[in-house]
Design a protein around this ligand. Structure first.
Ligand SMILES: [Zn+2]
Length: 388
């Protein structure tokens, strides 16, 4: 009895350590897409997207300060895109004191399969910075990253649907020698954070209002231990935060010649895959802007000190992949951060990288239907038509 008590006490002491060491960002089977699958996914650009301010960006390139009517209209646009795709929507709405008084903020969380035990989270902030004179757009900060997230959702929804149908039908999980257990358990979730920007000077309290609220909320929301948590020996008392494999945060993107670094050792393998996807796209002639440019650094930079929406999640142990250009774009927090700061070829390249990388992370493939099998590439180059 005493021994049992001691053992129990020991277990109770060790449990947090076990969960801390069982990194959620452990390597998984990354199913690289075939050349033709990659080409089909990369060339899905909608025909009407022939200028940076057409397509989704026509709705996002407006001042959208938290708590304003414009901010609400952008929320409605984001919701309308995901409603069409049939994703689950959660709104995290709250009022918080700011240097300008009480402001209502709304984070939008869209999930392909709300019942999935694991999530790959892609995120960006959709608010724009408040300036007294008004009129600040923030095209790189962060209209363009938001547009990329919409693009990834649209491109991958058919593949996600087809894979779910296959998994639900009980098709064996081992396909083509790939262990699909990780992939089958993981869904795609896309978060649009409100209130990233400081109203006055950036401080710990005047910044990242939305992500601080959501990280605190999910940290306090306990879930029943699922088979998936047992399988991966994660926390015996999982919270919603434990369902996040990795939070990928995009910010300050869309201008030419970005310089992207890896900041965290536990997610560096994902960063390497991202860089490899870009290399493959460039080698296949699927990059039409800066094809000779390396955007992704070969070295880990653990001393960046860049504060952003990832901070509250990072402090609670969530693995982070922070895709931000450093140094910041020359237009950063200037009125010139408008559509003229963006480049269509750069935006296309980001969309393609993120589509292909996300598909590989989630183990999606043309075998599951979707882009390559059901949708004719709308802007295909001749290279992509083989062996479909
Ligand atoms: Zn900003």
């Amino acid at each position: 009895m005493r021994l049992a008590l001691v053992l129990l006490a020991l277990l109770a002491l060790l449990a947090p350590l076990v969960s801390a060491f069982a990194s959620r960002a452990r390597r998984r089977d990354f199913r690289a897409l075939s050349e033709s699958q990659m080409g089909a996914l990369a060339t899905l650009d909608p025909p009407e997207w022939d200028a940076v301010d057409s397509g989704h960006l026509a709705h996002l390139l407006v001042p959208r300060v938290s708590g304003t009517e414009n901010n609400t209209q952008v929320q409605e646009y984001l919701s309308s895109v995901f409603a069409k795709l049939g994703w689950h929507e959660d709104k995290d709405r709250f009022t918080q004191e700011t240097p300008l008084g009480d402001v209502q903020f709304t984070n939008l969380i869209f999930t392909f399969d709300a019942d999935a035990p694991r999530k790959l989270v892609l995120s960006a902030h959709f608010d724009s910075k408040w300036f007294e004179q008004g009129g600040f757009i923030g095209a790189t900060d962060s209209s363009a990253p938001c547009a990329t997230l919409l693009d990834v959702a649209e491109a991958l929804t058919p593949l996600l649907r087809a894979r779910k149908a296959r998994v639900d039908a009980g098709t064996p999980l081992l396909q083509d020698g790939h262990d699909e257990e990780d992939a089958a358990a993981t869904t795609l979730q896309i978060i649009f954070f409100d209130g990233e920007e400081a109203f006055h000077e950036w401080t710990d309290t005047d910044s990242v209002y939305g992500s601080r609220h959501l990280a605190d909320k999910w940290d306090a929301e306990y879930l029943p231990p699922s088979h998936e948590f047992v399988r991966r020996r994660l926390s015996p008392r999982p919270t919603v935060l434990d369902t996040v494999d990795v939070l990928v945060l995009l910010d300050l993107l869309g201008a030419p010649s970005p310089s992207i670094s890896s900041y965290y050792r536990d997610t560096d393998w994902m960063f390497v895959q991202l860089s490899a996807v870009d290399d493959r796209l460039r080698a296949a002639g699927l990059v039409d802007k800066g094809a000779k440019e390396h955007w992704f650094s070969k070295y880990i930079n653990q001393f960046s000190g860049i504060d952003d929406d990832h901070r509250p999640f990072l402090h609670k142990g969530v693995p982070i992949l922070h895709l931000i250009t450093s140094p910041f774009p020359a237009v950063w927090h200037r009125m010139s951060d408008n559509k003229d700061a963006l480049d269509l070829g750069v935006l296309r390249r980001w969309n393609r990288i993120m589509r292909v990388w996300t598909a590989a992370y989630l183990g999606l493939s043309a075998d599951d239907g979707g882009a390559a099998a059901t949708a004719a590439p709308r802007n295909a180059s001749p290279k992509t038509t083989d062996e479909l």
